[in-house]
Ligand binder design. Structure first.
Ligand code: 5GP
Ligand code: ZN
Length: 113
């Protein structure tokens, strides 16, 4: 999608520090990390948010979670990690392309909003 920051990252038009990439998804480090480990996993196709997930495109979401589980193992995030997706303005979504934050490397407080 034109004018989408993460579509531009997928296209290589904006540089990113890649963690993992395949035909369907890309994982890259967050530019403004909130913990020692903070990367984002996104579908390569443009889905605006959780609200855009439907029967036609939802397979990529299960693939994203398979990738997260594999990366967590490889990165030895054995102490634990958090997966977060913000949907909509009030939730703090600032980039309108579905993304899952993976956060680890410190004790994470139990705030749910
Ligand atoms: P949201 O606030 O939408 O849940 O998360 C968007 C995330 O994208 C933020 O954590 C922000 O730091 C990250 N971000 C914004 N612009 C860029 C960028 O150009 N490159 C990378 N790697 N991350 C970005
Ligand atoms: Zn996009």
């Amino acid at each position: 999608m034109d004018d989408c920051l993460f579509c531009k990252i997928v296209a290589g038009e904006i540089p990113s520090k890649t963690v993992y990439e395949d035909d369907l998804v890309k994982a890259f480090y967050d530019i403004n990390p909130c913990a020692p480990v903070h990367f984002l996993v996104i579908p390569k196709t443009h889905i605006p948010s959780v609200n855009g997930i439907n029967a036609e495109n939802s397979a990529v979401v299960s693939h994203i979670f398979e990738v997260i589980a594999r990366l967590a193992k490889e990165m030895k995030l054995d102490a634990g990690y958090r997966v977060v997706t913000n949907c909509g303005k009030a939730a703090g979504q600032t980039v309108q392309h579905l993304h899952f934050h993976v956060i680890a490397g410190r004790d994470l407080t139990l705030t749910m909003g």
